[in-house]
Design a protein around this ligand. Structure first.
Ligand code: ADP
Length: 303
């Protein structure tokens, strides 16, 4: 099957700053692809280039067989987009928002009306068709934005931080929807700052830093290749004194704020020693994608 999105040698700079730097990416159809990276890594710019909203300085974008940005209008009719910030029309009801959005795709009123019951059911908004947008909770608005992106039944969906700002319950509902789309064979390209979200949903993850892909693989592969399997997080009174002991017991130790992260193949030794330290509290857990992300991109703030 041909890839729905192929980026080759993509380059973009703003005011002399190389924001996207020779980026290659080829999406496998029917998979959920994650684009992760610290703030300013170039994720949103990459999505904008892929959609033909801006032109590249060099390199090529092939979106569903169309060269971008030359054929952007044609290609964009066939994709779904969930933007970072909801852009629902507050003067319209749920149904009116879906109708207006569908018309951008050249769909007829009848055609859109026929899809509305499915879209409302999909987004858990059945019974809300006539609700004004301002009566919806943040989670409902986000689910409506997702439903709206499906109005044209796209096979490729771009999702820019789909759950940012949502409470845990609302995030779970969005995840359920996204898993359903993956189950239907749709291709998803997702940016997120939530590593648990990426680990749960994505088949393949590309970690971006300074406009380049620094690693790519499934969440499981990335964890296996880049990080020790166990982490002991330690905090509390006497941590400073205990650090030397920790570094002799673990492969790698890192401090973030008031917490010491001990990465190790043999957590039992660390936990046994900690039993003699009443002032210290700890959490022993398997390593996860966030550990990989922090190891590869560092713990410094990027604003
Ligand atoms: P991310 O989505 O990974 O946080 P972005 O793609 O939004 O990163 O931004 C990458 C860099 O490009 C940032 O330094 C940002 O300030 C800069 N940038 C993005 N868009 C513009 C623009 N239109 N004009 C100038 N600088 C921009």
């Amino acid at each position: 099957m041909t890839s729905p999105l192929i980026l080759r040698g993509l380059t973009k700079s703003y005011a002399g700053l190389q924001v996207v730097d020779g980026l290659d990416l080829e999406l496998e159809p029917g998979r959920c692809h994650g684009l992760l990276g610290p703030n300013g890594a170039g994720k949103t710019t990459t999505l904008r280039l892929a959609l033909g909203l801006i032109g590249a300085d060099a390199g090529t974008v092939d979106l569903l067989g169309y060269p971008m940005p030359a054929e952007a209008a044609l290609a964009r009719r066939k994709v779904g987009v969930v933007p970072q910030i909801d852009s629902l029309d507050p003067d319209f009801t749920v149904r009116e928002n879906l109708l207006t959005y569908g018309r951008y795709f050249g769909m007829k009123g009848r055609e859109i009306e026929a899809r509305i019951p499915y879209l409302l059911e999909f987004s858990g908004l059945a019974g809300k068709a006539d609700a004004p947008i301002n009566n919806l909770s943040g989670g409902m608005k986000r689910r409506l934005t997702l439903a709206r992106a499906l109005v044209n039944d796209p096979d490729l969906i771009f999702l820019d931080e789909p759950t940012t700002g949502l409470d845990p319950q609302a995030r779970h509902l969005i995840w359920q929807g996204l898993r359903r789309l993956i189950g239907q064979g749709k291709t998803l390209l997702l940016t997120t700052h939530f590593m648990d979200e990426a680990e749960r949903l994505c088949d393949v993850i590309s970690v971006l830093d300074q406009g380049r892909v620094i690693v790519r693989g499934s969440p499981r592969e990335l964890i296996k290749q880049h990080i020790e399997p166990h982490v002991v997080e330690i905090y509390g009174d006497g941590l400073a004194e205990w650090k030397t002991c920790a570094s002799s017991l673990c492969k790698r130790c890192e401090t973030a704020g008031e917490t010491l992260f001990c990465y190790t193949d043999a957590p039992d030794k660390v936990v046994e020693e900690l039993a003699n330290q009443p002032g210290l509290r700890y959490l022993h857990r398997p390593a996860n994608l966030e550990d990989v992300f922090l190891k590869l991109t560092g713990r410094d703030l990027r604003d």
